[in-house]
Ligand binder design. Structure first.
Ligand code: ADP
Ligand code: MG
Length: 589
């Protein structure tokens, strides 16, 4: 996340807040009010869509909830707008929780479709309830006042809108740079990795969704008292699409993109509404056509939005290490050497008619490195996924430290001290190496979104980063901690995954083909790291295709072929086995 230089935010804030005092024409104050209002909604979309990867076309409906609640309570019950604000926000949170709990489980295209559905439904409801004035809406909404001053609808209101928008931007920036923020930033990489770190992905989808809804409702509340009337039109799906357009145009991955996109859309739209009918000779919403074309061009030539042009002049601020001497994160009680750690009994997995894992049993004792080898398609990854809870068992049992864990979700298994890496590396490419490893410390820390937005999580953050740096040093990668994970080669990426797994303070480490795709040098470095971990007493299940790699590293080896356990023994026994040789020779070369 590109962070502007230290002075840029205060300078921008001071300028926006000083605007009403400057000899700026009323017209531009009004434009600026709109830009602030739009930015709030677009900011929510940056978090939800740009960062979290969840596309919503329905944000305008949440703007409507904030606007209608205050308009109705102020006109029908003469309630103070400030009290109505809280009612509106509470209502938005409640609606977001219900809609989110239902729709955020959907994947792919179903989620955006669902947002269109509830966006339409809520908008339709606003237009059809007689107590909300149907399509005429509600008139005579009072303007806001604060400390006895009427803020009016122009210069007076400007600074309230902008103070709220700027504080919201600051809160989102703080959030993104925090424990819950990293969880939200990991959502786009798919749920498997985050869940393996103990993160409930549904929970953080809901968090992002509720925050986006609250920002939209805040905008709606301000909007109702700015316009002094409400009707359903500004809360329609068309407007919801326009909000998404603002966020994408500005740069949906960046907080300031929300402001830039809102400003460009508001100003250009306004100019075009005057200009185009003059040029074309008839009236109509021609600006919509132009916007459609502009969006296609921007997506083609600047997929990161217009902010990417500005962001070039503001390189991301490098986080200076401020965590030295931070307290250690809590440690779990570790098993005694030789204690039975993992007991896999006759596990079976069928995919339709295919028996991928056929009643396989093995055990791991604390301090051992056990290799699980076999030709491609033997069922190693499937076994691995049965142990880690990614796949459901067809039959059989898995227990860890005496507790049955078969059938638990993967984040519950992670909580008990089983940590893993992935055959296909799953790092969050746009986070630094350090942040990726800090994700591993998720279950050992507790700060939530509100604490993070208020910046009350700094002490715990220091502990998390100190731990992340320690784990990187343990595998010899501390010098790469400030790099973006996506910029590393495969070998170092695999090591970062091991550091992330170590940051969970595991009692058992599961590695799925850590040597796959590595060059000779990288394999040696990996071997050194694993030998060192073993000397430190770590218990490891090493799933590997490459037989030579496991030979020097493991205490015992389980060999699989066609889903069944072919044999189990010491590396020497396995190497001497004609059966194993036949299995490898039979399926390869
Ligand atoms: P390995 O990791 O040893 O190479 P896998 O465990 O990935 O093997 O695969 C074992 C067998 O199960 C293969 O025949 C594979 O095609 C099949 N398989 C794996 N995952 C699935 C799945 N999700 N659906 C259907 N078949 C699968
Ligand atoms: Mg595999």
């Amino acid at each position: 996340m590109a962070r502007l230089h230290r002075w840029a935010f205060p300078a921008f804030a001071a300028f926006m807040l000083a605007l009403p005092l400057l000899p700026v024409p009323d017209f531009w104050i009004t434009q600026s009010n709109y830009i602030g209002l739009y930015s709030l909604v677009a900011l929510g979309l940056v978090l939800l869509t740009g960062v979290g990867g969840l596309t919503s076309f329905g944000q305008a409906a949440f703007v409507g909830i904030g606007a209608y609640t205050s308009a109705y309570l102020a006109t029908a019950h003469a309630l103070s707008p400030w009290l109505a604000l809280f009612v509106g926000l509470a209502l938005a949170v409640a609606v977001a929780l219900v809609l989110g709990a239902i729709t955020l489980r959907m994947s792919g295209h179903y989620l955006p479709l669902a947002t269109i559905a509830w966006g339409l439904a809520l908008n339709y409801a606003m237009g059809n309830m007689s107590w909300l004035g149907k399509y005429d809406g509600l008139q005579g909404v009072p303007s806001l006042s604060a400390f006895g001053f009427d803020l009016g609808t122009g210069r007076g209101l400007h600074d309230l809108i902008w103070a709220i928008a700027l504080l919201a931007a600051l809160a989102v920036i703080h959030l993104l740079d925090s424990r819950p923020g990293r969880a939200i930033r990991s959502l786009k990489s798919g749920s498997m990795m985050a869940e393996a770190m103990g993160i409930s992905t549904l929970r953080y989808k809901l968090v992002a969704f509720v925050i986006a809804a609250v920002l939209a409702a805040l905008s709606g509340w301000l909007f109702a008292h700015f316009q002094r009337s409400v009707n359903p039109t500004p809360f329609s799906i068309a407007k919801g699409i326009e909000y998404l357009f603002m966020a994408v145009l500005g740069g949906v991955g960046n907080v300031w993109g929300a402001f830039l996109g809102s400003a460009v859309v508001r100003i250009v739209e306004d100019q075009l509404q005057v200009l185009l009918p003059k040029l074309i000779g008839t009236s109509g919403n021609f600006e919509t056509i132009i916007f459609g074309i502009v969006l296609v061009v921007v997506l083609k030539y600047a997929p990161d939005g217009l902010w990417s042009f500005v962001g070039r002049f503001a390189p991301p601020a490098r986080r200076e290490p401020d965590w030295h001497g931070a307290a250690a994160l809590p440690l779990r009680s570790k098993p005694q050497r030789g204690e039975l750690l993992l007991d896999v009994q006759a596990v079976r997995k069928e995919f339709g008619g295919l028996v991928a894992v056929n009643d396989v049993s093995f055990q791991i004792r604390a301090g051992d490195i056990v290799g699980l080898i076999g030709p491609n398609g033997a069922g190693k990854s499937t076994t691995f996924n049965l142990v880690t809870g990614v796949l459901a068992l067809t039959r059989g049992s898995v227990s860890f430290r005496g507790e049955a864990i078969g059938g638990l979700p993967s984040r519950e298994i992670a909580r008990r001290g089983v940590s893993r890496t992935f055959q296909h590396v799953k790092l969050v490419p746009e986070m630094t190496v350090l942040e990726n490893v800090a994700l591993g410390g998720y279950l050992r820390s507790r700060s939530g979104a509100i604490k993070a937005m208020l910046r009350l999580d700094r002490e715990e953050e220091k502990c998390l980063f100190a731990e992340a740096e320690r784990q990187l040093a343990r595998i010899g990668m501390a010098d790469k901690m400030h790099e973006l994970a996506g910029n590393l080669a495969l070998g170092p990426q695999r090591l970062v995954e091991i550091a992330r797994a170590l940051a969970t303070d595991p009692a058992l480490l599961l590695l799925d083909e850590p040597a796959a795709g590595l060059r000779h040098k990288e394999k040696q470095a990996l071997g050194d790291v694993l030998r060192q971990l073993k000397s430190e007493g770590m218990s490891i299940l090493l799933v590997e295709h490459d037989m030579d790699f496991v030979m020097g590293l493991t205490d015992r080896i389980v060999v699989m072929e066609f889903g069944t356990r072919l044999m189990e023994g010491t590396p020497a026994e396995v190497q001497a086995s004609p059966q194993v040789r036949a299995a490898y020779l039979g399926t390869e070369h």
